[in-house]
Design a protein around this ligand. Sequence first.
Ligand code: KIV
Ligand code: ZN
Length: 506
Amino acid sequence: MDRVIIFDTTLRDGEQAAGGTLNIQEKLEIAKELEKLGVDVIEAGFPISSPGDFEAVKLIAKEIRTSVICGLARAHPDDVDRAWEAVKEAEHPRIHIFLSASEIHRIHQLKKSRDEILQIARDMVARAKQYTDDVEFSPMDASRAEPEYIYQILEAVINAGATTVNIPDTVGYAIPDEYGNLIEGIFKNVPNINQAIVSVHCHNDLGLAVANSLEAIKRGARQVECTINGIGERAGNASLEEIVMAIKTRNDFFNLTTNINTRRIYKSSRLVSELTGFTVQPNKAIVGANAFRHESGIHQDGVIKMPITYEIMDPKTVGIPASSLVLGKLSGRHAFKERLAELGYSLGEADFDRGFSAFKELADKKKEITDRDIESLIAQELRTVSEVYHLDRIQVSCGDRGIPTATVRLIGPDGQVLADAALGTGPVDAVCKAINRLVDVPNVLTEFTVKSVTEGIDAIGEVLIRIESEGITYTGRGADTDIIVASAKAYMNALNRLLVAKKMAE
Ligand code: KIV
Ligand code: ZN
């Protein structure tokens, strides 16, 4: 059976999604998860775009051993050199060069002729080839370009040494049949195409990214560029989990395979959602909360009798645990550890101890602890690792008669105890104002959402906060059975990210 190469660009195109900034440790954590997931190529970033991106790609290149580590570069000598600097320590480095190809981009953006573009593409691939054998080239906006010109560019860059040629549907404009014809045309009209892998990169502006990618592999493409949860520029990229599960579930149709360990899909999805702050919509295919839930009586009856009646995939194949066990107050370390392992976590001793005490604390407040509670709790505990300021105490008074007042106590960078109080329009406003009096860094709160993790009045509340400072958005998350405490934790989490980013920039 033929294999499709899975190229994950969560850390590059995914991170380009508005508001999705990740810090260097978070990027490394995602890269490690992608490696465990079995991703063949990890596009770790765009090294010349910022010193932070450069450092992140460099670190990932050093740490990840099995996946190919790819750095993106525009077709400029400085970009290519910088991309190589960032990926050169990888076991398997790749440089990915892109250059606009469509007439729209040529006239309005590049202001260059077809011949000039052809020459630059050739030269830059040859430059990258001096560094590494593994060079990918993307004619940007290929789906809106003249197919004959795309054939010409591909032939030229393959002659210059490109080993993968990627066909971006940059603005998500293509329709499956039309995009498939372009891929087929490439196989028919590019004489040296058998010397390269044909890759596809589809955006989701018309909701067709996955459909276009699948049509392309049907017509011979053997690399798909995608992101976890489909995050990315504008409406996002093709979703990795949908592509992989379509290939696996409809093996009878595609007769293809991937290297992905599908049992880690759910875990990867949760991690990316947690770190980027992008909530997965409940009806999202494969990883949404409702993806395997049956509401109608007829469906429930069928699934009880025989799951295949209404379930085309076994939820266990994507790593959604069959919740056989609900933990509670009397559950011990062993049961907790086993549950964590089933959920795909393997924590070090210190993290496990912290997680276990948080679990015990929660079990005192909440009778039944479900998988979602555990996930939320572990994420909350692991989040506290890179703190500049730690939230130590918080007390709030509010109601329809009094003036909302918050008192907070923080532990500062050198261990000093800092306390202050503030009034606000509501308890969350008062908490944020009190924190701001202590952590004096200008920021504007741009988003605040609260949701309960499970049903029931004793459920954990998860708060997501986005703040903006100097044009950059930072996301914070917090979880607690008390939503004001969860809000304070989320705000502190966003502020800590801002402070760490500032420190890194310095
Ligand atoms: O969408 C696009 O064209 C891209 C390229 C850089 C491959 O992301
Ligand atoms: Zn893209």
